[in-house]
Ligand binder design. Sequence first.
Ligand SMILES: *[C@@H]1O[C@H](CO)[C@@H](O)[C@H](O)[C@H]1NC(C)=O
Ligand SMILES: *[C@@H]1O[C@H](CO)[C@@H](O)[C@H](O)[C@H]1NC(C)=O
Ligand SMILES: *[C@@H]1O[C@H](CO)[C@@H](O)[C@H](O)[C@H]1NC(C)=O
Ligand SMILES: *[C@@H]1O[C@H](CO)[C@@H](O)[C@H](O)[C@H]1NC(C)=O
Ligand SMILES: *[C@@H]1O[C@H](CO)[C@@H](O)[C@H](O)[C@H]1NC(C)=O
Ligand SMILES: *[C@@H]1O[C@H](CO)[C@@H](O)[C@H](O)[C@H]1NC(C)=O
Ligand SMILES: *[C@@H]1O[C@H](CO)[C@@H](O)[C@H](O)[C@H]1NC(C)=O
Ligand SMILES: *[C@@H]1O[C@H](CO)[C@@H](O)[C@H](O)[C@H]1NC(C)=O
Length: 480
Amino acid sequence: MKSQQKCIVIFALVCCFAVLVALIFSAVDVWGEDEDGITEENCNKNCRVVLVENIPEDVTFSENSTAHLTLSAGLHSLLDLAVAGRSVEIVSPQWNLNSSDNESSFLPSSRQGQALLQRLQGLKKKGINLKIASGIIDSVELKSLSRLSEVHYINMTALTKGFLHSSFWVVDRKHIYIGSATMDWRSLSTMKELGIIIYNCSCLALDLHRVFNLYWQLQYKDFVPSIWSKRLSALWNKDENLPLLFNNTKAEVFLSSSPDVFCPKDRTRDLDAISYVIQKAKKFIYISITDYLPLTNRNSHRYWSSIDGMLREALILRNIKVRLLVSCWEQTHPLTFNFVWSLKTLCMELPNCSLEAVSKFFSTREKRDGTLQGINHNRFIVTDSAVYIGNFDWVGNEFMFNAGAGMVISQAEGLKERNSTLVEQVRAAFQRDWYSRHTMSLQANKIPVCNKHQLNQLAHLKITQPPESSGSQESPNGSF
Ligand SMILES: *[C@@H]1O[C@H](CO)[C@@H](O)[C@H](O)[C@H]1NC(C)=O
Ligand SMILES: *[C@@H]1O[C@H](CO)[C@@H](O)[C@H](O)[C@H]1NC(C)=O
Ligand SMILES: *[C@@H]1O[C@H](CO)[C@@H](O)[C@H](O)[C@H]1NC(C)=O
Ligand SMILES: *[C@@H]1O[C@H](CO)[C@@H](O)[C@H](O)[C@H]1NC(C)=O
Ligand SMILES: *[C@@H]1O[C@H](CO)[C@@H](O)[C@H](O)[C@H]1NC(C)=O
Ligand SMILES: *[C@@H]1O[C@H](CO)[C@@H](O)[C@H](O)[C@H]1NC(C)=O
Ligand SMILES: *[C@@H]1O[C@H](CO)[C@@H](O)[C@H](O)[C@H]1NC(C)=O
Ligand SMILES: *[C@@H]1O[C@H](CO)[C@@H](O)[C@H](O)[C@H]1NC(C)=O
């Protein structure tokens, strides 16, 4: 009798233990959605890829330069493919497609934002689920969209004291978009944007969906979990690229994410992805970004050496030719060109060291209040063998505190035709910009003055030495 009781007690304990274990695992394995039976084994690797760009109306290139699919047409093509019962997942730092400010009313192209918004609003009627992950932003439009879709807000302030700068789409878990553009009407009209759309690519879509799902599960959380669900871990990364066919040409691809705390097991960080691309370069590295600033401004200014160091190494130790296309605009930090010049002087008297920098990539219509307008908003790096397309500007804060995603594509040079691979097309787009009349080479030992306040700011910096005591105001875009 006694032993029977013992048995029951032990059985009960075992049951309790089992339930506990199950609970712990379910808590860790947060309800990752069903992945529709698509797995890394049976997913589609035979994909079609297009480069999409938004070129502002007043930016013109020589007539022979190749035109790519417009961003607006590309995004509409993705929505055309969405089918009922499936989902369109979008993450964007901004929601401002329905522009009603004065400036936009004179621009016919500003209607493209409204057209896209209308398409998104119409999805529900067609039985397509629209899912949006967003930072906590004050957007009337997003509020109105939330009636027709699911919106999950992520409190980045609580999580990393940063912002959500990620920008990508996953449609039907088959097709994806990733690039510099955000859900802002300017991205479809007055800003220069570059991104890629990949069709019929469930392998890559599955992995990007996992990045999306990670945001999705952070809704209103005020801490970052120390263990992530297995369903959020990366399927491919820098050590194990995903072999694919892009338009029947071989390519190797992986995704990256930021900040560090948003990278579950095996996910490559954006910085490591950039490092991977720089390390792999044999001949040249072309970089197109808005701001280049190896500093962080959290509490105090600090030198942020990560990318600057990689470039120095590539220039000096490996004799790789580096071209840097940065913008000289209203919000250019006064120290930007000091850092660029320091890279340039590094090459002095070294025969095979070459850093070229070109600035001032913007159209004539620069807005007075300094908002991003008519400006090169590209965020990519392209080399002889690979391209990285991401969501970040190259400013220290971006990588340390903000959420973003990126994609690395490696492709051998096209054998038959020139400019036939995606990497070659991105390179051609860079060359087109580089040699266009919208750029200006840096003059020897001269720091360009990009804005009126610059001189005042420099004076201010001088007064506030040492750096510990200098200003710490932060602007929402993570630059100074
Ligand atoms: C553009 O292409 C045409 C024909 O292919 C050629 O005749 C012309 O010289 C080219 N123009 C430039 C600026 O390269
Ligand atoms: C738009 O323009 C009108 C007339 O020029 C002006 O009164 C109004 O304040 C402007 N609105 C905004 C939001 O700039
Ligand atoms: C877009 O703006 C127009 C006019 O400014 C307004 O009538 C419309 O309701 C807005 N749409 C959304 C979704 O906010
Ligand atoms: C986000 O987190 C911050 C810091 O924890 C908090 O002050 C703020 O109220 C939160 N915002 C929302 C909308 O929950
Ligand atoms: C995707 O693949 C299917 C069949 O595999 C094909 O019918 C369809 O046209 C492809 N779609 C695109 C956008 O390439
Ligand atoms: C520079 O490059 C050329 C050709 O690639 C090579 O022959 C030469 O040795 C290099 N010089 C130095 C100093 O590395
Ligand atoms: C891939 O093929 C499509 C047409 O099917 C074309 O529009 C696109 O430019 C091609 N992409 C590349 C990188 O060649
Ligand atoms: C390839 O791109 C380069 C610019 O990088 C351009 O000069 C060249 O004409 C292009 N070649 C072809 C065949 O399109």
